[in-house]
Every structure is written in structure tokens, then in C-alpha cells.
Design a protein around this ligand. Structure first.
Ligand SMILES: Cc1cc2nc3c(=O)[nH]c(=O)nc-3n(C[C@H](O)[C@H](O)[C@H](O)COP(=O)(O)OP(=O)(O)OC[C@H]3O[C@@H](n4cnc5c(N)ncnc54)[C@H](O)[C@@H]3O)c2cc1C
Length: 506
């Protein structure tokens, strides 16, 4: 699909009439700011993804007008939340309209009796928790990208929460949503027809269709979310190990413990420890013998957590783990949202600071496959590091409990790669895509999923996602649903190779 400037100009005129000139931005600086997201998209290609216009709706009615105008003129439309998604979901691949949701940021209702809150999608998680926190409540969606993420972006990306093993992930924490479909019709999706009902056996489970779709099926304009009472106690405990193998066995034992307050377990592999030693000023230096770390986090009442503490120490010390102390544990856990400095620099082994951006390949991997995936991913990344001097750096791996409400089974597994964008050329970009594809193919070999938190919409991932991971009929069904809901392919076209749905029809 291409947008002609004639169509765009007509659409812009109607947008100004519908939502006011002050909410329609056409200047280059506003468009350029919304052409990229927090991922190493090649800088020299940014211009290819400039939107023609940015709109800032302030009500559901504005969104309906915008979507109807886009649909009338067949102009692409891309929802944008905080723009910190790591799958380029908010990047307007086919230009058109970026619908920036940040002015739709009100809390509509706090329902303390039914323990839920209804919000507009542009509110960020920090502000939401500031307001409900004053009343003793907590919405525990807790990504490392917490500060920049807004509710609509969490839903669009189908996000992962660091404490999902205790409280569930984004999809488990939303009760119902209002969605403007690509034709401008409005639906409310949830369990059955109730706005605040958590379990119903009526109808299809349509809510899930609108979580993780990366803005390809509609625009969320309202969401009713879970509230939890603020826990009495937060208890992080970090343990050091001589080998990754010891840490790996410990994570299994922790999963088997049956502790209800255990809300997350994170393993750091040997390369991650190496990277943190040389690169992250915030990290408390570890003794030389430390090659792996297991971080645990518990939330709950004082009575529950004090018992859990004893079990955690017994398991970790029984597996040869050494407690890293309160300062290290609490300090590192408290800094889990402060990762934004990392994307901008790296540090070589000689201590020299270099300009590198952060790239994260994540996957959902079953526990049994983690050692194989770890070995193969490092081998792949190291091959490309050796090929291009100073272009890439291996920042090691984290593995986080990925199952909702249960700290076992599968792990969000990420390898962090430093990328020197200033050295990026078209040739290196092609190799970079090959590296990503090789990484994704290991995930398929392991029976995993190519992303647990960011989505599979990045170049290098998409082909493997659509034609390997979702090959057993799922991708075919996705195309049918896309065509049915979005007859003119206006919603975030180009993502998940869904343009194919329309080519095959013609
Ligand atoms: C340092 C760092 C750490 C991170 N850690 C995590 C982590 O631990 N867990 C995790 O899950 N993610 C993590 N991320 C990624 C990011 O935080 C999440 O993907 C987050 O959900 C993106 O939110 P956003 O508001 O920036 O969305 P955006 O990037 O703006 O959008 C994400 C997708 O949602 C769509 N979208 C946005 N708003 C709407 C709407 N109203 N209706 C429909 N579609 C919409 C967009 O089109 C896009 O496809 C991290 C990112 C960074 C930079």
C-alpha cells in the first residue's frame, strides 16, 4: 500500500476540521520525533519512515474521527504510546498518520470496592501508580522500561512484567478494553460483556486478540485494569554462584518450592557478569570467583515473606549460593527501571567508553532448553563480533521467570547486544539481520517463542515468526482476521508481513 500526497493532503484538511489545528502537527520536527522507537533502527534509514502527519487526540470521539478519515482516504495510521517498544511497533513503515496517544492520559475511575481502575491509554505506569498509590493501591505491571511505557503501549506490545510470576503480565492485569476498530466502530472487549468482570464463560475470548497486536487491529482508547493492595513487604535477595550451572539448578529448586510470594527469579549468565564488571558503573563490584547470580523477589505480608525468606536462603545456600547482602540486593532491585543510560554507551575491556546503542533479543524458552540456547546464541553473536571490529559487543544474558503466577516452566531469555550505529552500513545491516535470524532459528529449534515481551515485528524476526513459529495455521488465521477487521489495511501496515493478506486476496 502506498499513500499518495493528494490523499494525505485531503486527509490532513479533514483532520484539522475534525479535531482542531492544535492537535494536528505537520512540521518536520514533530514528525521526525515519531519516526523511530527505542531500537537500533539504522539511523540512515529513519527518513524512510517519516510520518506525513502527527495527531494528538484528546477523546475517544477524536480517535473515531481520525480512524474514519484514515479509512476513507486509505492513509496508514500507527498508534504510538511512549515509543519505547523494542520491536519497532510504533515505527510508521508506510508513512501516513502517527496517532500519538499521550494526551489521552486521564484516570477515568478508581473503583476501590471492586479493586480496579479505568484509564485512558496514554497514562504512563509511573503516574498511574503515583495516583493509585496515594490510596494504598498498586497496578503491578513492572517492565524494566516502566518509566517510558504507557498503558496503550503495554497492551499493544503484549508486555512482560518482571514480577509476572507473582502478579501476572500485562494481559493478566487488564480486565476489559474499549477499542476503536479500523473502520471507526467501537467495541468493548473483556470477559463476557461486563466491564469489570474477571471471569465469564460467555462468547469468544476477544480481549486477547487486542493484546500484542502491535496496533495492527485497532486503537485502544480505554482500559480497566487490576488494582492490588500495596504489599506490606518487598524482599529482594541476590545470591552469587561460581558457575551458571549452579545458578540454573537453583532456579529450578526455587520454582519447585511452592512459595506463593515468590514473584520473580532472574538468572545472570557468565557473560552478563563479565559485562556488568566492565561496563555498568551502577553495579557493585563482585569478587572474582562470582560467575553467575540468581536474583529473587518476594512480595506479600510480613508474616508470609518472613517465612519465604527462610525457604529461599535454605534453597540458595544449599545450592552453594552466597547471599550478596542487603545493600546489593535492595540497591540492584531498586534500579531495575533505571536502564536508560545503558542504550547510549558501552565500555571496552580496556575501560574506554564507546558509543553503543542497546539491542535486546528476547525469547520465551522452556527451562530444559536454556543451556542449549545460551551456548548457541553466544556463538552466533561472537561470530559477528569477530567479523566487524568495534561494531558489536556481547553484553550477556538474563533469564527471567516467564510463567504468569507460577515461577517455573519457561523463562524470558534475553541476550543484550551493543551496536555501534555510527558504523552501520547497508552491508553490515544485512549481516545484522542475518544474525537476528540465526538467533530466532535457535528459538524455533528449542520449541520456544521468538519474543516474550517485545513482539516479533522487527526485520530479521518477522519471517521466522510468520513462516516458522506460527506456521501451524496461526499465521493464516491472523491474515484472515486482519483482512476482516481492517479491509483497507490502514492499521500499522507492514507489521507482521500482514500486507500479504491483501496481496493474496487480489
Ligand atoms: C530500557 C528498556 C527496558 C524494557 N524492559 C521491558 C520489560 O521488562 N518488559 C517489556 O514487556 N518490555 C520492556 N521494554 C519495552 C517497552 O517498555 C514495552 O514494549 C512497552 O510496552 C512499550 O510501551 P510504549 O508505551 O513505549 O509503546 P510504543 O512503543 O509506543 O508502542 C508499542 C506498540 O503498541 C502499539 N500501541 C501503542 N498504543 C496503542 C493503543 N492505544 N492502541 C493500540 N496499539 C497501541 C504501537 O503501535 C506499537 O506497535 C523495555 C524498553 C526499554 C527501552
Amino acid at each position: 500500500m502506498t499513500t499518495t500526497s493528494l490523499h494525505v493532503n485531503e486527509a490532513i484538511k479533514e483532520l484539522i476540521d475534525a479535531i482542531g489545528k492544535e492537535n494536528v502537527l505537520t512540521e518536520m520536527r514533530h514528525r521526525a520525533l515519531r519516526s523511530a522507537s527505542a531500537a537500533p533502527f539504522p539511523v540512515h534509514q529513519w527518513k524512510k519512515h517519516l510520518p506525513d502527519v502527527v495527531v494528538l487526540p484528546t477523546s475517544t470521539e477524536d480517535v473515531i474521527h481520525i480512524v474514519r478519515i484514515a479509512n476513507k482516504y486509505h492513509v496508514p495510521i500507527v498508534p504510538r504510546g511512549g515509543g519505547v517498544g523494542l520491536a519497532d511497533g510504533a515505527v510508521p513503515l508506510r508513512h501516513g498518520i502517527v496517532i500519538d496517544m499521550k494526551r489521552l492520559n486521564q484516570i477515568i475511575e478508581i473503583d476501590e470496592e471492586n479493586m480496579c481502575v479505568t484509564v485512558q491509554p496514554g497514562i504512563n505506569l509511573l503516574e498511574l501508580n503515583r495516583v493509585v498509590g496515594e490510596l494504598g493501591w498498586w497496578h503491578p505491571d513492572d517492565p524494566a522500561g516502566y518509566i517510558g511505557s504507557v498503558v496503550g503501549g503495554r497492551l499493544g506490545a503484549g508486555g512482560f512484567s518482571l514480577i509476572g510470576a507473582g502478579y501476572g503480565h500485562t494481559r493478566d492485569l487488564v480486565i476489559s478494553m474499549e477499542v476503536v476498530l479500523p473502520t471507526g466502530d467501537v467495541v468493548r472487549v473483556g470477559e463476557g460483556g461486563g466491564r469489570k468482570v474477571r471471569k465469564s464463560s460467555v462468547g469468544f475470548r476477544l480481549k486477547d486478540l487486542f493484546i500484542g497486536h502491535q496496533g495492527t487491529l485497532g486503537v485502544v482508547t480505554e482500559a480497566t485494569l487490576e488494582l492490588f493492595p500495596k504489599p506490606e513487604v518487598e524482599f529482594p535477595a541476590f545470591f552469587a554462584f561460581k558457575t551458571f550451572d549452579d545458578a540454573y539448578k537453583t532456579a529450578y529448586e526455587l520454582g519447585k518450592s511452592g512459595l506463593k510470594t515468590l514473584s520473580g527469579v532472574v538468572m545472570f549468565d557468565e557473560r552478563k557478569i563479565d559485562y556488568l564488571r566492565r561496563d555498568d558503573e551502577a553495579f557493585i563490584p563482585l569478587p572474582e570467583w562470582v560467575n553467575s547470580v540468581v536474583a529473587t523477589i518476594c512480595y506479600g505480608t510480613e508474616a508470609e515473606v518472613s517465612q519465604a525468606r527462610k525457604v529461599i536462603f535454605k534453597i540458595c545456600e544449599g545450592c552453594d549460593g552466597t547471599y550478596l547482602g542487603r545493600e546489593m540486593s535492595e540497591g540492584d532491585w531498586a534500579s531495575r527501571h533505571d536502564r536508560y543510560h545503558i542504550p547510549f554507551h558501552g565500555r571496552r575491556s580496556d575501560g574506554q567508553v564507546v558509543l553503543l546503542s542497546w539491542h535486546c533479543e528476547d525469547a520465551a524458552i522452556n527451562y530444559s532448553e536454556l543451556p542449549m540456547v545460551m551456548k548457541k546464541w553466544h556463538k552466533i553473536v561472537d561470530k559477528y563480533i569477530a567479523k566487524y571490529d568495534g561494531m558489536f559487543d556481547n553484553w550477556g544474558m538474563f533469564m527471567y521467570t516467564n510463567n504468569a503466577f507460577k515461577p517455573w516452566g519457561d523463562y524470558l531469555t534475553e541476550i543484550d547486544i551493543g551496536v555501534n550505529e555510527l558504523m552501520m552500513t547497508d552491508e553490515i545491516w544485512q549481516d545484522w539481520l542475518k544474525m537476528k535470524q540465526e538467533i530466532a532459528e535457535v528459538v524455533i529449534e528449542a520449541g520456544g517463542s521468538i519474543s516474550s515481551c517485545h513482539g516479533g515485528t522487527r526485520p530479521g524476526d518477522e519471517e521466522v515468526v510468520c513462516y516458522q513459529e506460527l506456521a501451524e495455521g496461526q499465521y493464516e488465521l491472523m491474515k484472515k482476521i486482519k483482512r476482516m477487521l481492517d479491509p483497507n489495511n490502514i492499521m500499522n501496515p507492514g507489521k507482521y508481513l500482514l500486507d500479504n493478506a491483501y496481496r493474496e486476496e487480489n
